[in-house]
Design a protein. Structure first.
Length: 490
């Protein structure tokens, strides 16, 4: 990376990055506490993690403007380990998670992004938007009329104010102004302090208090592997979304390594594993954040809020923060997907819906994406597994040519073999593969079987039209070879 590019990433948007990072820091606090509760650990574990990850990813990450911290998806994967073995094993698992992610980064794991179809990406985005909205329901509905008033005021400020005033992000204005009103008037509203207690102290360096032996590795490895995969999947997908939102590119393999470095350091400072956050990244981008300084600001402001302003932060009303996240969910949701469901091929529409339903049902992003990718693969395999054999309509003086059309592989060989088993054939024939491709050993085996059965019937067969790749595969795997056709002949 050249000096000019580095300068642009850090100092190309100083004012916007500092302001947006401040908004993100305020929004991180209740989420970090909530995710800590989900994981079954002290709220400070999530807050320390959000601080260290945000700061380190600002330097080590590959997607400027993206926010990483403690997340709900990662918290869900930690519950069993914490419950059965305790917090020290979680710290060890967090360090191992980071090591695995660094390895995946050097193995260029970002290449797998090419195998995630557009329908899965849209489903992922929409599911995240729905989950973000669902997470706010408990802070909005069924509490009090005053809660609805402050939710409405926040939505009004965030939606209307940017049309007339853009110097300061509207969410930051909403948090400051409405919090001041609540504190001054001593209004009875649920606040950040109701979620958990914030301890005014810096995280300290620690080495996990676990035995350094193979038994410990057996305990933490399954959790660490799950966390590393979930974290990278969510981070790389979020990076792609931020790429689209900002119309810029990113180094996703560097991002994978950066996530790993951040989690290793976090584990040594008493934090839980984390990854990129679509909600906070959305707040950051929509508030004007574009560079690395925004993530650094978010982390630094977060620790300042913890150390200096904890009593004040704990009085920030949750209806205000919840309303801001509702606006984020509305902005995150891909509303064009409704039109896509009508116009897209039915299989793609099904993949999108299955991805959304799976994520929302399980609250696990990795399961939803995995379900969508597997379903896409099944539909794709079914689509290309149609093979037909047609006899060319030629003058009787010309040899009998049977043309194979379609991809010949394990899922399509049955139709190929059935044609030659069930139809009456001449004593001499040519099988033409000009419009086909032989992909695997199953295809070679099918050709072998067809020719063996035709030989048993006294039929002479010639193969033509094989492309170079198919010819080489047949040459390696076929039982016998025809000297001229370079194809199996019995």
């Amino acid at each position: 990376m050249n000096v000019q590019s580095l300068k642009q990433q850090w100092f190309g948007n100083i004012r916007g990055d500092i302001l947006s990072g401040t908004v993100v820091a305020l929004a991180l606090i209740p989420e970090a506490i909530a995710f800590s509760i989900i994981a079954g650990v002290d709220p400070m574990v999530g807050l320390y993690a959000s601080f260290t990850i945000a700061v380190i990813i600002a330097f080590a990450g590959g997607r400027p403007g993206m926010i990483s911290a403690a997340t709900g998806a990662m918290a869900l994967a930690m519950v069993l380990l914490v419950k059965e073995h305790g917090i020290q094993y979680l710290f060890a698992a967090t360090i191992l998670t980071g090591i695995l992610q660094i390895i995946f980064g050097y193995l260029k794991v970002a290449k797998v992004m090419r195998f995630i179809p557009r329908a899965v990406m849209m489903g992922f985005v929409n599911a995240l938007a729905i989950l973000i909205f669902m997470a706010q329901i408990d802070f909005i509905f069924g509490i009090s009329s005053l809660t609805y008033v402050f939710v409405g005021l926040t939505l009004l400020i965030v939606y209307v104010l940017p049309r007339y005033f853009k110097a300061i992000p509207a969410p930051l204005i909403a948090i400051v102004v409405l919090s001041a009103i609540v504190i001054t008037m001593d209004l009875n509203l649920q606040n950040v302090g109701n979620l958990g207690t914030i301890t005014q102290s810096l995280p300290g360096f620690l080495i996990p208090d676990v035995p350094f032996n193979f038994e410990t590795l057996q305990i933490i490895f399954p959790t660490a592997l799950a966390l590393s995969i979930i974290g990278l999947l969510e981070s790389l997908l979020t990076a792609s979304i931020v790429d689209d939102m900002t119309d810029t590119g990113s180094d996703k393999n560097r991002e994978a390594r950066g996530q790993g470095i951040a989690n290793v350091v976090t584990g040594f400072f008493g934090g839980m594993a984390g990854c990129a956050m679509i909600g906070q990244s959305g707040i950051n981008v929509k508030s004007g954040g574009r560079g690395r300084l925004s993530a650094l600001t978010a982390g630094v402001v977060l620790i300042i809020l913890i150390l200096v302003f904890a009593p004040l932060v704990m009085q920030i009303p949750m209806p205000v923060l919840a309303a801001i996240m509702v606006m984020v969910s509305i902005g995150t949701f891909d509303w064009s997907s409704f039109k896509y469901l009508v116009k897209a091929p039915r299989t793609d529409a099904i993949v999108l819906l299955v991805t959304v339903v799976t994520v929302v049902w399980t609250h696990d992003l990795s399961k939803g994406v995995l379900a969508g990718v597997l379903l896409s693969a099944i539909f794709f395999t079914a689509k290309i597994s149609k093979v037909s054999v047609q006899k060319k309509d030629l003058p009787s003086s010309i040899e009998n040519i049977y043309e194979v059309q379609g991809q010949l592989f394990f899922a399509s060989v049955e139709d190929f073999t059935l044609y030659f088993e069930q139809n009456d054939l001449p004593d001499e024939l040519t099988i033409d593969f000009s419009n086909s491709h032989v992909w695997d050993d199953s295809a070679v085996g099918a050709i072998d079987r067809v020719m063996l059965k035709l030989q048993e019937k006294g039929i002479e067969v010639t193969l033509t039209g094989l492309n170079d790749s198919s010819r080489k595969l047949l040459g390696k795997l076929a039982i016998h070879q025809d000297k001229d056709a370079k194809a199996p002949l019995h």
